[in-house]
Structure formats: C-alpha cells, structure tokens
Design a protein around this ligand. Structure first.
Ligand SMILES: [Zn+2]
Ligand SMILES: [Zn+2]
Length: 153
C-alpha cells in the first residue's frame, strides 16, 4: 500500500477509488486487507478473549461456533482501519446487522451492528440465567415423567 489514508471519506466507492481499488471485492483481496486480518486474528482483544474463554474463535455476539465473518462496522477508515472498526461474527449476526441498518439507514451501520450485539448478549444472558436456575433440567425431568406416564397407559 503506497497511499496511507487517514481522512474520512465516508462513502465506500469514493474511498475505494482514492485507494485505487475498482470495487470492494478487489479491496478484500488486497495485501493491506490480508495484513489487517492477520493483525486482527493475532492481536485484537476480541480474539484473545474468545480464545481464552472458549479455546477457539466464536461469534463475538452470539458465541456460536460457526463460520465467522469479519464485518466492517464502518467504512470510513477503509485502508487505515482500527481493530475496533470490525467485528468477528457469524453469518446470522452479520446478516442481521446489515438488515437492521437497511431498515433504518439514518441509524448508521455502527449502531445497527451494536444493537444486534446487545440483543444477542441479552439472549445469551437470559439463557445462562435459565441454566443456572435449573429450568432446563426441570423441563427435561418433566418430559421424562410424561413419557413414562404415557408408557404406563
Ligand atoms: Zn452470531
Ligand atoms: Zn458486513
């Protein structure tokens, strides 16, 4: 990368043109992006935390073990991204982030993405709470009792 951009030309096509790329696909194939990915996977707090918690990389929103995408929360620093400009998420969380943004474009991609993250965290926390309270174990026991009762008839 010969050109280092720090200004914030926020529309993607203009920014890509400045950087000398014909399209986003070409950008993703660039040496810069490959280097950035490498840095993200080896140095970001996100990856360090996920690895120490799960022993592997998972979706940072829903914690699912899945194929993961590096999603840009903002394109304004394309070519000079901060590690925090991207999130490591599964296809489902990724799709939801873009959908949410499209539904209300005035709500930027950054906050749309964060809203999906918060929603998924709440779902995870509720599930963990139910686990702690033994809700699942009780349900399972009840199903077993019902099954046994059915057999006796
Ligand atoms: Zn996810
Ligand atoms: Zn994306």
């Amino acid at each position: 990368m010969t050109q280092r951009l720090t200004s914030s030309t926020s529309s993607i096509p203009a920014r890509l043109k400045l950087l000398g790329f014909a399209n986003y696909r070409e950008y993703l194939d660039s040496e810069h992006w490959q280097e950035f990915r490498k840095k993200f996977f080896s140095k970001s707090a996100v990856c360090k935390n996920l690895r120490s918690k799960f022993g592997e990389l998972r979706c940072q929103f829903c914690h699912k073990s899945a194929v993961l995408h590096l999603h840009h929360r903002t394109y304004k620093r394309l070519g000079a991204e901060h590690l925090s400009d991207v999130v490591l998420i599964c296809a489902d969380c990724h799709q939801k982030s873009h959908e949410r943004h499209k539904l209300n474009p005035r709500n930027g991609l950054w906050s749309a993405t964060n809203q999906v993250g918060r929603k998924k965290r709440k779902i995870r926390q509720a599930k963990a709470r139910r686990l702690r309270l033994g809700v699942y174990a009780r349900r399972k026991a009840r199903r077993r009792t019902l099954r046994e009762a059915a057999h006796e008839n």
